[in-house]
Ligand binder design. Structure first.
Ligand code: SAM
Ligand code: SF4
Length: 331
C-alpha cells in the first residue's frame, strides 16, 4: 500500500486515537462547566473497530500512535487496547496522554502492556489552583501517578502545562525548576481556542517566547536538539545547563507548526480529523459498520489525508476554531 502523503507533500505518520469523550476532570479550557453531552456506548468505536483502523493505518505508514481522550484511563480495559496495539508490527512509538489521576493504579499494567511513554497534564503546582482549573481535581493524585510512572520505568515523562495568563503564569519558573533534579520534560503549551464554548481571549494566551523570556530572566537556557533525544515533535526543547530534565515550548498560536504537521486524529465516535482547528471530519464509523472491505477503509483513509489543510485558520484578523470541545476531539 502507498504511504499517507497529503496534498502538501507532508508524510502523515502519527495517529492520535481518542478512546472516550468521558473524563474524571472538567478542565475549564477543555470543556464547558455544565459538561458535555456524552456519546452513548453504541456511538463510540469498539476496541475491535479501533484496532482495525489502526492496523490499516500502520500498513499505510503510521508508526506513531498516541492514546488520548477525554481521559483514556476511564475507559474500561484501556490497558487491553494498549496491549493489542503494541503487538501491531510497525508501531515504533506507542504513548498516552492522561491527566494522571488514575495513573498510580494503572502504570504497572500499562508498561507491561507495551506503553512506551506518557504525557501527563498538570497546569498548576498549587493544590487549590489545580482544583480550580480542573473543577475538582486532586493534585496529590497526579503526583502519585507521576511517581508510579517513574517507578515502573516509563521514560521520558512529559508534563503538559497549558500556560494561561492571569492563571498560572506566576508558576512558570516553579514548573521549569522541576527539571533541575528530575528527568521530566516540562512542556508549556499555548492556550488554544478550541470548541464553540470557549471564552478564549487573545490576551490569555502566553506566547512561548514570553514564557521563555521569563524563565531566562532567572536562569539561562540552552537549546536541546530534539532529533538527538529520539522524540521529535512540535516542542522546541531547551534545558538549564546543569539540569537533568528539559523544557519544551509548543506554540500552535504564535508559531504554528502546520508545515511539518504529520498528525491525524481519530475521535471516539469514529471520525477522522486532519486538523485540530477544522470542523471537517471523515466518518469512518459509518463505513466500518456498513460491512466494508479493508480496501474501502484504506481508500477513505487516503481521501481524508488528501483534505488535510495546509495550515490552521488563525489569521491576523480573526480566528477560525472548530466547534467540538477538546474533550470530544482528543488532544
Ligand atoms: N485527559 C487527558 C489529559 O488531560 O491529558 C487527555 C486528553 S486532553 C484533551 C489532551 C491535552 O490537551 C491536555 O494536555 C490538555 O491540557 C490539552 N488541552 C485541552 N484543551 C486545550 C486548549 N484549549 N489549549 C491547549 N491545550 C489544551
Ligand atoms: Fe479531561 Fe484532559 Fe480535558 Fe482536562 S484536559 S477535561 S483532564 S480531557
Amino acid at each position: 500500500m502507498d504511504a499517507l502523503i497529503d496534498a502538501h507533500n507532508r508524510r502523515i505518520n502519527y495517529l492520535r486515537i481518542s478512546v472516550t469523550d468521558r473524563c474524571n476532570l472538567r478542565c475549564q479550557y477543555c470543556m464547558p462547566k455544565e459538561g458535555v453531552s456524552q456519546f452513548g456506548h453504541s456511538e463510540i468505536l469498539t476496541y475491535e473497530e479501533i484496532l482495525r483502523i489502526a492496523q490499516l493505518a500502520v500498513k499505510k505508514g503510521i508508526n506513531k500512535v498516541r492514546i488520548t481522550g477525554g481521559e483514556p484511563l476511564v475507559r474500561k480495559d484501556a490497558v487491553q487496547l494498549i496491549n493489542q496495539l503494541s503487538r501491531l508490527q510497525g508501531i515504533e512509538d506507542l504513548s498516552m496522554t492522561t491527566n494522571g489521576i488514575l495513573l498510580a493504579e494503572f502504570a504497572p499494567a500499562l508498561i507491561q502492556a507495551g506503553l512506551k511513554r506518557v504525557n501527563i497534564s498538570m497546569d498548576s503546582l498549587l493544590p487549590e489552583k489545580y482544583r480550580q482549573i480542573t473543577r475538582g481535581g486532586e493534585l496529590a493524585r497526579v503526583w502519585a501517578g507521576i511517581e508510579a510512572a517513574r517507578a515502573v520505568g516509563i521514560s521520558p515523562i512529559k508534563i503538559n502545562v497549558v500556560a494561561i495568563a492571569g492563571f498560572n503564569d506566576l508558576e512558570i519558573l516553579n514548573f521549569a525548576r522541576l527539571t533541575m533534579h528530575d528527568p521530566f520534560q516540562i512542556r508549556f503549551i499555548e492556550f488554544m481556542p478550541i470548541g464553540s464554548f470557549s471564552e478564549w481571549r487573545p490576551e490569555q494566551c502566553l506566547p512561548s517566547e514570553e514564557i521563555k523570556r521569563r524563565i531566562e530572566t532567572h536562569h539561562p537556557l540552552v537549546p536541546v536538539n530534539s532529533s538527538t533525544n529520539g522524540h521529535e515533535g512540535p516542542a522546541r526543547l531547551f534545558k538549564f545547563p546543569e539540569a537533568v530534565g528539559e523544557i519544551g515550548f509548543i506554540s500552535p498560536i504564535s508559531d504554528h507548526f502546520c508545515n511539518t504537521c504529520n498528525r491525524l486524529r481519530l475521535t471516539a465516535d469514529g471520525k477522522l480529523k486532519t486538523c485540530l482547528f477544522s470542523d471537517e471530519e471523515v466518518d469512518m464509523k459509518f463505513l466500518l459498520r456498513s460491512g466494508c472491505h479493508d480496501e474501502e477503509l484504506a481508500k477513505k483513509l487516503s481521501e481524508a489525508i488528501s483534505t488535510k489543510p495546509l495550515r490552521h485558520g488563525f489569521t491576523g484578523s480573526g480566528i477560525k476554531r472548530c466547534h467540538r470541545p477538546m474533550v470530544k476531539i482528543g488532544g
